[in-house]
Design a binder for this molecule. Structure first.
Ligand code: FES
Length: 160
């Protein structure tokens, strides 16, 4: 085993430490730290939560309580393509549920799940700020509006 490698510091952990230091003396530091940690890692691995627990001197159980309470936090990694289907009021009224059903059936996925090949993760969201284009979904931040369920498979096929 390479002894030098043991001394390498994980750049993600350096960033995480910077985030912890930035917020730890503020009121209610946990949520912004978790949000930024999730941006760094893409989700919140157990080791990261332990590291935050140590950094804040906060019980790990309390951190898990917050992570599991808010749907914005993920404890498992997302697939290569994150599909957000909007079921906010405007999208719901204009057929968002049909769009969702098409994706669920086509990919055999439910909200929060990832395909076995890690190609797609599906998440239902409340509004992505494009209500005028309802019903709407986004894939990796690219917004698709005025969706018809029939057009969904063709859009999904673009994402490897
Ligand atoms: S309700 Fe769907 S984008 Fe606003």
């Amino acid at each position: 085993m390479c002894t030098t490698c043991e001394n390498l510091v994980d750049p993600k952990q350096i960033k995480l430490d910077e985030v912890i230091i930035k917020y730890r003396d503020e009121n209610g530091p946990l949520i912004p730290i978790l949000q930024e940690a999730q941006e760094i890692y893409g989700y919140l691995p157990a080791d990261v939560l332990k590291h935050i627990s140590k950094g804040l001197r906060m019980p790990l159980a309390r951190i898990y309580g917050v992570v599991t309470f808010y749907s914005q936090f993920r404890l498992t990694p997302v697939g290569r393509n994150l599909i957000n289907v909007c079921l906010g009021t405007a999208c719901h009224v204009r057929g968002g549920a049909k769009v969702l059903e098409t994706i669920e059936k086509g990919l055999k996925l439910k909200d929060g799940e990832t395909t076995e090949d890690k190609r797609y993760t599906l998440e239902i969201v409340a509004c992505i700020g494009a209500c005028g284009l309802a019903p709407v979904m986004s894939i990796n931040g690219q917004v698709y509006g005025r969706l018809e369920p029939e057009s969904v498979p063709e859009i999904l096929a673009k994402y490897e």
